[in-house]
Design a protein around this ligand. Sequence first.
Ligand code: NAD
Length: 376
Amino acid sequence: MSHTTTASPVISAGVRTDFLSHRNAAELVASVGVIECLRGMSLTIEADFMRWHDFDKSARVANHSQDGVIELMPVSDQQNYAFKYVNGHPVNTRHGLPTVMAFGALASVATGMPVFLSELTLTTALRTAATSAMVARRLMRPGSRTMALIGNGSQSEFQALAFHGLLGIRELRLFDIDAAATRKLKANLAPYDLDVVCCGSTAEAVEGADIVTTVTADKAYATILHADMIRPGMHINAVGGDCPGKTELAAEVLQRADVFVEFEPQTRIEGDLQQMPADFAVTEFWRVLKGEVPGRTSEQQITVFDSVGFTLEDDSALRHMRALAESAGMLEPLELIPELDDPKNLFALLGTGQRASRAAALPARAATPQPEVTAL
Ligand SMILES: NC(=O)c1ccc[n+]([C@@H]2O[C@H](COP(=O)([O-])OP(=O)(O)OC[C@H]3O[C@@H](n4cnc5c(N)ncnc54)[C@H](O)[C@@H]3O)[C@@H](O)[C@H]2O)c1
């Protein structure tokens, strides 16, 4: 059974916000099955890309710091507004935190009422892999069976399983500068019918691969893939170069390929594309889906998906997870927005009489904000 969700409105009559915790999201994905969840999410994202012009789109707002970035990503159509908060801090794993952490919400456009708040750390890994598979289905050489997977961290299992479960990849060739990450990935993939080969370098991993996925994390102009590693007919799924000053592909790789992107204005700033002149030709992928332009045109063509992650995918993923969680009874009510007898009387929330006079008697110290505490 395929778990596809429709792009139905999320308008809610009452003052109720549903919450999906990371614990419930994980339980839900495990019970549906990762591959089945990826399949449904991929179909939901594809259905939304087919409605490209229905959405009010913008590049995300990014706040950069020395070691990372924090981004806000909004999108809306006539019914739903969605946003995601996400960071990217490659140094985080040294502090015991994931590189990428996220949460997000869905709201009704008609009222502005936030109807769903969700974890998006796990969901981002799913939606990124589901998007990669949606794109590769149109761009990879038919009959592709081998994928090199460079960067074996948090995103990697999801990428591996999307390409295996949705596109028929049978052999994975792994490389990471951290051998422990590769061992972790190999162990997590053990239950699946995959030939997994651990390699000693990117060049070795890429040798003989039909598809190359790069999903490394380093806030640097890195060059993971050099032009001499690329063979005619390869599809390159470049996922890790997703913010200014952070790349994975040599410029020559892009020059030799046809390059496909999600939302061009964002990818020009954030993708591997940031290295190329402003007039370097790229194709927004929705045009391939709609049949306006071809995807792969020959066996020899080299294709690149310069993935940076677009908020429309998060909107689709939020609605997909909400629908799954609703049917599994896994949504929890969240007291986020007050329900008022008189919507003009917000002050009534504070209570009257006794409570107010008790607060007035409290020592001033209790109302003084404490200094900010840093976790790291
Ligand atoms: N395009 C998107 O939509 C999207 C979505 C999510 C994450 N990302 C990006 O994907 C990347 C990976 O995310 P993650 O959550 O898996 O991070 P992670 O920190 O869990 O894993 C990254 C891995 O890359 C490895 N690595 C770093 N430099 C390398 C190199 N030169 N060669 C080989 N391996 C190298 C690290 O050792 C680490 O194991 C990040 O850059 C993140 O920002 C993109």
